[in-house]
Design a binder for this molecule. Structure first.
Ligand code: COA
Length: 192
């Protein structure tokens, strides 16, 4: 056997084989969003606009729209949080916005939570929603609603239910996206 061939065939004993690098543990920090986070927030949200029915938006949101939304929520003192990796990459965001414009609704908000696809299923949604609820309480808000698509958003439904959101109603066939009709499930949690 040629020496070269021998080298190729030779299998090193287990303890001498190069071990794969251990996967870095999934860690993150949750903080208030800043305008510098908005390009990442926009990218995360637009992924779901383009590829899923978890949002009924069909048009990608522009940075200008996100800046205006950020300023509006900041003026109202409504929480807008991001989760960032140790290298400061935005992994996901959670925010609340007014449920309706009429003044008597001022203590009621709608929640919104979106994670980078690679950051899902690792407990980050749970941590972000817990922080969002806490910050919303501190901001004096009283009722939180979540509007979840009745198809393709099982993760979101389970997550909200795990936090004590209860289903208060459904609307059938109110959305039409990717050539199919979609409904919504309405969930509510009292923050009092
Ligand atoms: C929905 C979302 C925020 C959940 O966050 P996540 O980090 O993936 O969820 P977590 O790992 O924290 O899991 C929390 C709970 O949610 C449920 N859950 C999460 N993903 C799920 C899935 N794909 N199917 C079923 N249940 C799921 C589980 O009950 C889980 O609790 P458990 O770990 O004790 O079983 C995240 O997956 C996401 O951003 N999805 C796409 C965008 C979206 O749907 N946003 C909500 C629009 S209404």
């Amino acid at each position: 056997m040629l020496e070269e061939e021998y080298e190729q065939r030779r299998v090193l004993p287990r303890h001498l084989r190069k071990q794969p690098e251990p996967e870095a543990p999934f860690s993150f920090e949750i903080r208030a969003a800043t305008p510098r986070d908005l390009p990442d927030v926009r990218e995360i949200y637009n992924y779901y606009v383009t590829n899923s029915v978890v949002t009924f938006d069909e048009d990608a949101m522009s940075l200008r729209e996100w800046r205006s939304k950020f300023a509006y929520l900041a003026k109202l003192g409504m929480p807008f949080l991001v989760a960032v990796s140790p290298s400061q990459q935005v992994l996901g965001y959670a925010l609340v916005s007014p449920w309706k414009q009429k003044r008597a609704y001022r203590y009621t908000v709608e929640s919104s939570i979106y994670l980078r696809p690679a950051a899902t299923g690792k407990g980050l949604g749970r941590a972000l929603l817990a922080a969002l609820i806490e910050r919303s309480r501190e901001a004096g808000l009283k009722e939180m609603l979540a509007v979840v698509a009745d198809k393709g958003a099982e993760g979101s439904l389970r997550l909200h239910e795990a936090f004590g959101f209860t289903e208060i109603g459904r609307m059938g066939r109110v959305g039409f996206k990717f050539d199919r009709w979609l409904g919504t499930v309405l969930l509510q949690k009292s923050l009092k």
